[in-house]
Design a protein around this ligand. Structure first.
Ligand code: XMP
Length: 325
């Protein structure tokens, strides 16, 4: 059992002692861990912290605005917003293999972050939102017989080539403790209790070649799905967003025939995926109410021109994985 105000003041003290008057940079992704790390470090050292937020063009709808509002506007954190969309799209053009896409996105991220950090000449520390389960996981890496299904590129993990000292104030915390800490530091409940989002983002939710046009359609379909999941609340006040571990839309680059008014349409397909899981190693597809699925489907087809068919993924993990790539 821990006392939050005491924990925060001890952590703040430890960070101040560790970095002294030196400057710190942090790669802010919009995810829970890097956000809580940023809020905690900012509490400790204020303007000695600079966050770098790299938008690879594969983020959810309005993610950039959300991050800038929350950190730059509300908390007064220094955040450099890098829009690297065209750079990432250029590198991804013509690439269809899922692992190749992951590697390109991971490598490009490091390059963009490197370029930004080089501009911050006084930075001596690289802060990361590493949490206790990450520490355990990386200690177990390279174990004999470990079999890689997907190389998880987490944009939080930056290499030593940056020549910066590592500051990892969440290293001893479990996820639920990180969330509690985030709320205590003033981050909004909805952001702290978000579903996880993969580092390569929509890059692994657009099957095959990634195009900006596809990402734009997918972002809008996904936002409708998430909005309806949040709005569908039971008697106890729990929404379907809370009752699922992860939920998202997937862009399928196949066209099918439809009809709208008196016209024929020939447009793309979106799949909805919603799962329930404890550990993300195995997962069940969520039994969402048919009315909810129907509403999401209608809204996507009516509001997102370019999509004329919506399907629901009813595959468990195993044998399917949670992400489609
Ligand atoms: P799968 O698709 O393997 O996903 O069942 C399990 C969990 O891992 C997430 N995931 C990733 N996270 N980089 C990440 O940071 C990745 O490359 C990546 N691939 C999958 C996925 O969203 C799910 O939570």
């Amino acid at each position: 059992d821990w006392n939050m105000p005491d924990y925060i003041s001890e952590a703040v003290e430890a960070i101040r002692k560790q970095v002294g008057d030196q400057e710190v940079i942090l790669g802010l992704s919009g995810g829970v861990d890097s956000s809580v790390a940023a809020a905690l470090i900012h509490r400790a050292i204020g303007d000695q912290l600079t966050c770098v937020f790299v938008d690879h063009g594969l983020l959810r709808l309005d993610e950039g605005k959300m991050v800038m509002n929350m950190f730059a506007k509300n908390l007064g954190v220094k955040v450099i917003h890098v829009d690297a969309t065209s750079q990432f799209m250029g590198k991804l053009a013509g690439v269809t293999d899922p692992e190749a896409k992951r590697k390109i996105i991971g490598a490009e991220f490091v390059e963009v972050f490197h370029a930004e950090s080089d501009k911050l000449k006084n930075a001596k520390w690289l802060a990361q939102g590493t949490i206790y389960p990450d520490v355990i996981e990386s200690a177990g890496k390279g174990k004999k017989g470990a079999h890689t299904i997907k190389s998880h590129h987490n944009v939080g993990g930056l290499p030593e080539t940056l020549n910066l000292k590592l500051l990892e104030p969440l290293r001893e915390l479990f996820k639920d403790e990180v969330r509690e800490l985030g709320v205590a530091l003033g981050l909004p409940h909805d952001m702290v209790y978000r579903h996880p989002f993969p580092g390569p983002g929509l890059g692994v939710r657009i099957l095959g070649e990634v195009k900006k046009e596809f990402a734009d359609l997918l972002r809008r379909a996904d936002a409708i799905f998430i909005e309806e999941l949040r709005n569908c609340v039971d008697e106890e006040g729990r929404s379907w967003y809370d009752k699922t571990s992860q939920a998202f839309a997937v862009f399928l680059p196949v066209k099918s025939v439809g009809v709208m008014g008196d016209g024929r349409t020939y447009e793309y397909v979106v799949a909805l995926r919603a799962v329930q899981t404890q550990d993300f190693m195995t997962a069940h597809w969520a039994h969402l109410p048919h009315e909810l699925l129907g509403k999401v489907s209608n809204r996507i087809i009516n509001e997102v021109r370019g999509i004329n068919r919506v399907v629901y993924d009813i595959s468990g993990k195993p044998p399917a994985t949670i992400e489609w790539e």
